[in-house]
Each structure stands twice: as C-alpha cells, then as structure tokens.
Design a protein around this ligand. Structure first.
Ligand code: ADP
Length: 478
C-alpha cells in the first residue's frame, strides 16, 4: 500500500541511506529519519508512523529501551529491529515487548522488504476493518434515517415468544400511539390493535407475506404488508391509503348514480319499443325500423352495463378474495349460458379434473370472467357448433380453457381483442351485439387474481377442420 510512513532509527548513515534510498522510497513508502534512540522515541510518539525500523545499538537510548518506552506508552506501532550477529538473545527479549520482527545486519533488500510487508499486514488489516466498520456505521445511520423518515409506517418484531419490537419508525409509532422508546418491549405491551396483531401472526404461521387493511381511530386507513424475514422477524410496512379509499368510495358512488341515470331511459325506450307491435299492426318498413331501434338499444344497454362493470372492477383497490371452488364457479357460469347455446343448437360441454385445488379469488368476478368467455363462444360460434369448457391443473396452477369451433379471430385482430371497445369488423360479426368490453373485463379480473389470460384462434369456420378460438385462463392455486 503506497504512502505508508516508516520511521527509521539508526545512527549509521550507511544503513539510513540503504533503507531510505534503496528500500523505502523506491517502494512507495514515506521515510522519517531519527539518528538516535531518544530522537526516535519522540518522533514515534509525535508522528505515529505506520512502522518503526530501529537499530538495536543506538546512542542515548538503545533499541530495547525505546521499545520499552513505546510499550509503556501503549503504542501499537509495529517495530522491526536490526541486530548484529550474536545479539539475537536480546531480540528474543524484545519480542516480549511487542517486537514484530528482526533482521540481522547485513541484510539484503528483499529480506527487509519482506519483513516490512509482514509487519504492515496487520496494520493494513486493522485499517481495512476500521474503514469497513466506519462504512457499516454510516450505512446503518442512513438506513435508520430512511426508516425513521419514510412516510410509510415500518414496524419490525422478533419471532421470539414475547414478539419484541425491534424497530418502530415515527409513522408507525404515531399511527398506533406508541411511545418513542419501544424497542425491546413485547409487542402486546405497546400496541393493542387486533388487526395488526392478527396480520403479524398470520405471516408468522404461514411464513408467507400477509396483508390487511387497518382502520385507525383517527379515521385513517393503513394498508399493512407483513413479510417474514428469516433470522430477523417480521417486517410490517404500512401505507396510508385513506385518500385511495375515499376515491374508491367516490368512484363507486359515481358509478352507481350514473348507472341508474343511464339505464332508466334505456329501459323505457326498450319497453315502449317492445310494446309498439302490441299497440297496432306495423307495416314491413316500420317493423324493420323497430328492429334497428331494438338492436341499438340492446347494444347501448350492454355497453353501459359492461362499462360500469369495468369501472367498478378497475376501481376496486383490492378485490375481496376468499378460497374458491373453481369447479362450482364454472358450472354456474356455464349454466347461465346454456339457454343461449341451446337456442343455437350448440353442444356445450364441461370437463373438470377431479381433486381440483382451491383458488384464492372473488367468486362473483371469476364467474363473470368465465361467463364472458362462454357467452362470446356462443355468440361467435354458428348454429350447431361445439363449445368445450375444461378445468385442469398444470404445474400446480389451475387452468381454465374455453374452446369453440366458431368463426375465429383474424390474425391481425388477435393482438387487440383484449383492448377496450375493440371489436372485429367483419361481415360475420356485424349483426352480433357487443360492447367490445367483455374481454377487457376478463383480463382485468384475471390480473387482479395474479393470473394470466390469452387467446389462440384460427379463422375460417366451415372451410377447414379444427379451427375456432380457445381462451386460456391460468390462476395460481391457493
Ligand atoms: P364483444 O362485446 O364485442 O363480444 P369482447 O371484448 O368480448 O367484446 O370481444 C372482443 C372481440 O373479440 C369481439 O368483438 C369478437 O370480434 C372477438 N371475439 C371474442 N371472443 C370470440 C370468439 N370466441 N370467437 C371469435 N371471436 C371472438
């Protein structure tokens, strides 16, 4: 390591010259020079060099005396002694005083360089350790500052029986009215919130992350996310979601108001349109126009329903989830579409593998997703077609497939069918009522379940065998 300061104590000009000009300077060390023991001792104490190389026999103070004095002063500076042949005995005595090494005069350059290197290794290691400790302390301070000042509440508890608090930052302490000095105290002593205690407990039992919404006495709501960290405990990070909850509430209120306002006039248009033929006979043109009105109303009604539904699903901060029986959800969704399929003479089969694992999900929304897919298959499959719904387990995940041998989706449209309001524009689809929102709803629901959905399709029904569309939903098993 360059720049280390080495104090040379020797009354011999020859050796001082050898050490300074041939050993130390050429190797990047910074030499300090003392010509006798007394001067050397003073310099050593004053300058605190990294290393001392001293002669055994010096005027005013011998090497041993200097060593004794350094030893007494509690000096940690490593010392190399230069001795003459025959005085090794003294060197042994010197080792008791903390001497690092000795060389016998005359020595060659390599020998003394190796000795210097050995003696300094310890110093270097100590320095590195000090630097690392310093760095660690700094990182520690920075971390503490980040945790203390972060807006999210952070609470760390140990996994011991008492669940001792390891850390509670300011936001967490404020939220639960904890005193400043809670570290080391049992959690139950400092926080009485049942939901927090429960979510911490769940994370410990399951060894998996757990979360919960915690309403506070001051009307705020925290979203607590607890992660177990092996050998540390559990870390709860709590985000204030009061504003999001309020927005959520406002959006739901808006959606339900608008839904009512939009739907009532549509209902009356549809009602009166349906009544027209009852009021009196219609001529051919009137019947044709009425058909157009009814078709338009149905389209707009479906659009309003889907739009409001999508708005509601997207607005939910977190969907209510519970363990679900996917088979039962599928049966119900398919049953809802059976009538339509029968009207078109379509076969609608369901196949579910036995021992299906449960899925953590929202029954209503999962049912809606499957129902949308089956309803699409019924809509976009001509009379006499075949629709197959299957549920299987693949790689520990629950896989739902809705397969039809319908009109298929042209390759150019395929990447867009999940986009909002996207509908395939073709003679086959022109007469089919739809909002272009059904698949957006499916995708949003599936993604809220941390699942994936995709489509494979080939166009050209009747012209070739094995064409049609397959939608696949993959859901993580509970
Ligand atoms: P829509 O209300 O128009 O059915 P979707 O979002 O459900 O809206 O579907 C988007 C478009 O994807 C549809 O308009 C249709 O062109 C196409 N599509 C969806 N499902 C099928 C299917 N099973 N077979 C053929 N085309 C389909």
């Amino acid at each position: 390591m360059a720049g280390e300061r080495v104090l040379v104590m020797d009354d011999s000009l020859v050796y001082r010259d050898l050490l300074v000009n041939h050993v130390l300077e050429p190797n990047g060390y910074v030499p300090l020079i003392a010509v006798d023991g007394e001067m050397g001792l003073q310099m050593a104490l004053r300058e605190a060099p990294d290393l001392v190389i001293m002669d055994m026999q010096m005027p005013k103070m011998t090497g041993i005396q200097v060593l004794e004095a350094l030893h007494e002063a509690g000096s940690q500076i490593p010392v190399i002694m230069m001795t003459l042949h025959g005085s090794e005995g003294l060197a042994v005595q010197a080792f008791r005083l903390g001497l690092k090494d000795y060389v016998i005069k005359p020595f060659d350059i390599e020998e003394i360089l190796a000795s210097i290197d050995r003696a300094l290794t310890e110093v270097r290691l100590r320095r590195e350790r000090d630097a690392l400790t310093q760095e660690l302390m700094q990182v520690n301070q920075q971390l503490a500052a980040v945790l203390t000042n972060t807006e999210d509440g952070v609470l760390v508890v140990a996994d011991d029986l008492a669940e001792r608090v390891i850390l509670a930052n300011q936001a967490a302490r404020e939220a639960f009215g904890m005193e400043e000095d809670v570290a080391g105290r049992p959690l139950a002593e400092v926080v009485q919130d049942e939901i927090l205690a429960d979510v911490l407990h769940r994370a410990q039992v399951s060894t998996e992350a757990a979360h919960a919404e915690i309403p506070l006495p001051d009307e705020r709501t925290l979203n607590a996310h607890v992660t177990p960290i092996p050998d540390v405990g559990r870390v709860a990070v709590m985000q204030d979601i009061t504003v999001i909850k309020e927005l959520d509430r406002m959006k739901s209120e808006f959606v339900s108001t608008v839904s009512h306002d939009l739907r009532s006039p549509l209902t009356s248009i549809k009602g009166f349109a349906d009544l027209l033929p009852v009021a009196g006979p219609l001529n051919e043109q009137q019947t044709h126009f009425l058909g157009k009105i009814q078709h338009g109303v149905e389209t707009v009604t479906e659009m309003v329903t889907d739009l409001l539904d999508l708005g509601r699903i997207e607005a939910e901060v977190r969907m209510e989830m519970e363990p679900c029986d996917v088979a039962a959800i599928i049966e119900k969704a398919v049953a809802g579409q059976r009538n339509q399929a029968e009207l078109k003479n379509q076969a609608l089969d369901v196949h579910v593998v036995p021992d299906l694992p449960g899925v953590l999900g929202n029954r209503l929304r999962l049912g809606q997703a499957v129902s949308n897919l089956v309803s699409n298959s019924v809509k976009y499959t001509p009379e006499g077609g075949h629709i197959a719904v299957s549920v299987s387990v693949e790689d520990g995940q629950v896989v739902v497939r809705v397969k039809d041998n319908g009109i298929g989706i042209p390759p150019d449209d395929l990447p867009h069918v999940f986009d909002k309001f996207y509908r395939v524009d073709s003679p086959e689809t022109a007469e089919i009522i739809g909002s272009g929102l059904g698949l957006s709803i499916v995708k949003t629901i599936v993604e809220k379940h941390r699942g994936r959905v995709w489509v494979e399709s080939e166009c050209g029904w009747k012209t070739s065998v094995g064409v049609g569309t397959t939608f696949t939903i993959v859901l993580p098993a509970a």
